[in-house]
Design a protein around this ligand. Structure first.
Ligand code: NAD
Ligand code: UDP
Length: 325
């Protein structure tokens, strides 16, 4: 059986990746320090003999006994609210954490795929964003802690690839949504759905003319899976090119949820990208991948998921106390 280490396993993307690799018959080692993740996302895997969980901070030396065939490095705060609360930890997990996992991959002869982001393009001046674009990032702005950590991650991953011949993959993930997101992690999909569920007005930042392109989790996992098993070592965008403005998106959520609330406007956060849409030509050509789930369909699945949770479960999806970590 092939063995895979997945860091960030208790998070949104990591937990769905654990499910996929378990379903494919892998031995899965999930690793997480639970700073933004939740054990409930993976507790259904605990009884399985081919799943083990290590409660560990990957910025400290990472040890996994025995052989290891693959590593997926997904540990990192991922939402603006999270990484603005824990900026130094965000920088550390992208830099020191990535260094540790590259070292582990080298030691074990494992292939490693690292989770980068569309944030490496910053507030892009090229639209849609293709992988050749170098980006427009403010290194000293509040979002810089995330964007630059991910740019460093890409840089050190390519250095290990070129200098040590390490077998590496880099995925640039564009806004992805699905079940298990935290309702109050600040990302716009759970934010709007949480507001609709609580009967609050929907908070659009700025005038809502900024755009995003949202990818459903199952499509994202499929793209990552195909990239891991491809021979391609340069970064690949995985996302859904179906673009919308945030104002239109709020209207879409109002129609979906039937909420009687309205849109209210709040200040636009600093360096909030004005536009974002992946160019997925590479993913199509190299991986034979493109998203299958239409936004309306994906959003309905996720809203039904949040609605199905009990009030206690919903409250748990709200709560996150960084001060205790
Ligand atoms: P998430 O917050 O749900 O999951 C991240 C997980 O990493 C959490 O479980 C957290 O506890 C864990 N973690 C953080 N620091 C750690 C550390 N030092 N040691 C061990 N574990 C640690 O976020 P997510 O949306 O699942 O994002 C996962 C990865 O995908 C991140 O690397 C993120 O940058 C990347 N990504 C996500 C998106 C998206 O739309 N969801 C977009 C671009 C990139
Ligand atoms: N946003 C918003 N209201 C909210 C949360 C987010 O208008 O309650 C906006 C945010 O300013 C950004 C977009 O929605 O323009 C997507 O935000 P998210 O945090 O989900 O992702 P990112 O900005 O990292 O792409």
């Amino acid at each position: 059986m092939k063995k895979i280490l997945i860091t960030g396993a208790a998070g949104f993307l990591g937990s769905h990746l654990c499910d996929r690799f378990i379903a494919e018959g892998f031995d899965v080692v999930g690793m997480d320090n639970l700073i933004t993740g939740d054990l409930n996302n993976i507790s259904h895997l605990f009884p399985l003999s081919n799943f083990e969980f290590h409660h560990h901070d990957v910025t400290k030396f990472v040890h996994v006994s025995g052989k290891l065939d693959y590593i997926l490095h997904f540990a990192s705060p991922a939402s603006p609210i999270d990484y603005l609360k824990i900026p130094i930890k965000t920088l550390k997990v992208g830099s020191l954490g990535t260094l540790n996992l590259l070292g582990l991959a080298k030691e074990k002869g494992a292939r490693i795929l690292v989770a980068s982001t569309s944030e490496v393009y910053g507030d892009p001046l090229v639209h849609p964003q293709n992988e050749e674009y170098f980006g427009n990032v403010n290194p000293i702005g509040p979002r810089g802690v995330y964007d630059e950590a991910k740019r460093f991650m890409e840089s050190i991953t390519m250095a290990y690839h070129r200098h040590h011949g390490l077998d590496t993959r880099i995925v640039r993930i564009f806004n992805t949504y699905g079940s298990r997101m935290r309702l109050n992690d600040g990302r716009v999909v759970p934010a709007f759905m949480g507001q609709a569920l609580r009967g609050e007005d929907l908070t659009v930042f700025g005038d809502g003319s900024q755009s995003r392109s949202f990818c459903y989790i199952d499509d994202q996992v499929e793209g990552i899976y195909r990239l891991l098993f491809s021979d391609y070592t340069d970064p690949v965008n995985i996302g859904n090119p179906h673009e919308t403005t945030i104002k239109e998106f709020a209207e879409e959520i109002i129609a979906l949820t039937g909420t009687k609330q309205k849109v209210i406007y709040k200040p636009l956060p600093q360096d909030d990208p004005t536009q974002r849409q992946p160019d997925i030509t590479k993913a199509k050509e190299i991986l034979g991948w493109e998203p299958k789930v239409h936004r309306a369909e994906g959003l309905k699945i996720v809203y039904d998921y949040f609605k199905s949770l009990s009030p206690e479960e919903l409250q748990k999806k709200e709560h996150r106390d960084f001060s205790t970590k």
